[in-house]
Structure formats: structure tokens, C-alpha cells
Design a protein around this ligand. Sequence first.
Ligand code: 5RP
Length: 226
Amino acid sequence: MKRGGSDEQKRRAGEAAADAVDDGQVVGLGTGSTAAHAIRALGRAVDSGLDIEGVPTSYQSRELARDAGIPLTTLDEATPDIAIDGADQVADGDLIKGGGAAHAREKLVDAAADRLLVVADDSKLADRLSVPVPVEVMPDAREPVAARVRELEGDPELRAAERKDGPVVTDNGNLVLDCDFGEVDDPGRLAADLSAIPGVLEHGLFVDLADAIYVGTDEDVTVREP
Ligand code: 5RP
């Protein structure tokens, strides 16, 4: 499921987005290898005196933030001013996320933030969204959700774990169906259809949420505003 360009491209994107964080802000901390560069850069800035608090989007980002020395808070205590998060594919400012199976908490934090900065290498850019859409389902809902996804002309596949027998189990104790819809003509419509299925906790279509896309290339970073 993981794909992408070079670590150098990811680093450029992550560090450029971290530079956009101001003193005193609450920052949503995304998940994945590109967001990890932003978290490490923010940690270095905190070492140098930047006063921020982070809201992690996953076990991974919480651990990284703790290692980096970023003070943490929760959505119970604070609303993020800004969130920095990765993506598996970006088209017209809409995203498919969930390659790390963290999309439920990512969407919660990213949507709560005043601004969402997406960080990606240029291999993630596409004309149309087309990679499989991760759908987090309650364990009991796996078959009914898969049947409904087929009715929506998707092809659901239970995500298998690596270095563990059986399926991926999310930070929330659920399963992930990677649902291949081919090219998605109407991301907003598909997002609504998936959200309406009983037993779906969250899906990886992020529609109209991104405020800026930081794209790392071999030379530099370009910032796109949808
Ligand atoms: C995790 C995500 C990640 O942000 C997405 O998979 C991109 O990861 P990477 O930056 O490692 O390519 O959505 O659920």
C-alpha cells in the first residue's frame, strides 16, 4: 500500500510545512514518513525555543513527537490552529489517505484544524484519485460493508498485516478494507456513500479539507493552494 518518491523529497516537503508553524500554535501531527519529517523539524524548533503543543493522529505520531520533545495535548483541551499531514494520492486538492491505517484519527484532527497543510512527494500527484480507498470497519461489519462496497462498484480487500499473521488491526481496534473504485469521478459523492454505510468508522477520502499542498521534488518544494 505504501508508495512514494524519495525520502529527500519527503523531507523537503515536511520541513517546509513545519516552517509555516508559528509560535503559540496548536499543531495536528500527521502520520506517515513525510509527516514524520515535519514532526522531527518541529521538535528541533521546540529545542530552539518554539512554543507549540501537538495533537497526534496515531500511535506512531505520538511516539515520534514524544521522542522529538514536542509537548502534547488532545482535542478535549485544544483546537489545532494548523495540521500537517501526508497523503497517498492528491488530485485537485482532494486526498486519499490511510496507507498507514490512521485515517480515522487523521481526519478527526485534520478537520478540526483551522488549516491543513498536506505534505507529499511529487509521485503522489494525480489528475484523478484512483488508488484504493482505505475504509476502517468495525470487525463485525466486515462482510456487510464489503457487500455494500461491491454494490457501489468497488472491489474491497481486507488489508493483511506484515510481520503478523492475519489482518491489520487499527489503533482503534478495527479492520481496514482497501476498496478499489478505479478512477473516482465524484469524490464528494463517494465519500458520502461510504460514510453512510453502517459499521464504517471512517474512510480515506479527504474532500475539500486541504488548504495547501507542499510538494517535495528533487530540487525544491512547491506550494499549491486548491
Ligand atoms: C497514514 C497516512 C499517511 O499520511 C499516508 O499513507 C502517506 O504516508 P507517507 O508519507 O509515508 O507516504 O494517510 O494513514
